[in-house]
Write a protein that binds this ligand. Structure first.
Ligand code: CTP
Ligand code: CA
Length: 226
């Protein structure tokens, strides 16, 4: 109780959180998306506000209300819009937590008119790669303390540690998706990795897990940046 109500570990800090999926339009009625509900990211934003941070939440298309204490929310749809919104807000941020499931690809062309079905023919969509938001932040000389997520179906530890290194992150939160955990579920379990350490946060409801994550982020932030 004391830990959750008395914890002001992020007081005075500006925390930027991205959450939810992105939708990449194909035509006026269709899109390419993913199964992120936004619940983990919204719980992280809520926990950061509870810990005393000034929180900006960049949200993809989700049906969730803004958590109490979150200072501002920017709604976006595509990965390109999320990229632009995060980069703008990151100039003011001490910590960026990338909990969004950013689409890796977008349709090369967006049709202005509804695509019509052609009987007997298949359809191939050509996709082009989206910029990596975390990697573009870490490439900047001055950037916030960077926390990524890695949702994996297999080889969780090695993929997560690879992303920590390759994207130049300060910390990564890894979870196994499937088996009743991860996307579209109330519970989650995370393993946190940083350059010279790791800790397991066992299965819990997302709000509780988010509080534990925020406590660790605060700890690592203080260790790295005073
Ligand atoms: N991420 C990002 N920009 C992207 C794609 C991902 O900032 N265009 C961030 C996510 O918000 C997350 C982290 O990178 O914090 C890892 O995302 P993930 O999809 O697990 O990794 P990828 O590098 O995209 O690799 P893959 O999808 O192949 O596993
Ligand atoms: Ca990806």
């Amino acid at each position: 109780l004391l830990a959750s109500f008395g914890n002001r570990s992020l007081a005075g800090l500006n925390v930027l959180v991205s959450a939810g999926p992105t939708y990449e339009d194909i035509d006026p009625v269709r899109f390419v998306g993913n199964r992120s509900s936004g619940r983990m990211g919204f719980a992280v934003a809520a926990a950061a506000a509870e810990a005393g941070a000034e929180v900006t939440l960049i949200a993809g298309p989700v049906s969730l209300s803004t958590p109490a204490g979150v200072a501002r929310r920017v709604d976006v749809r595509s990965a390109a819009q999320m990229h632009a919104a995060v980069l703008t807000a990151a100039a003011q941020a001490d910590i960026y937590i990338g909990a969004a499931a950013v689409g890796d690809y977008r349709p090369l062309e967006v049709s202005a008119q509804k695509l019509k079905k052609r009987a007997g023919a298949g359809l191939s969509l050509q996709l082009s790669e989206n910029p990596d938001i975390l990697a573009s932040l870490s490439a900047q000389t001055a950037h916030p303390f960077l926390v990524g997520f890695a949702a994996e179906t297999h080889d969780v530890a090695s993929y997560a540690q690879g992303k920590l290194r390759n994207k130049g992150l300060d910390m990564i939160a890894a979870n196994q998706v499937g088996g009743g955990l991860g996307f579209e579920t109330a519970d989650n379990a995370l393993t946190l990795y940083w350059a010279d350490g790791a800790v397991e946060l066992p299965r819990a409801a997302k709000p509780e897990l988010a509080r534990q994550l925020i406590a660790r982020v605060a700890e690592r932030f203080r260790a790295a940046r005073g």
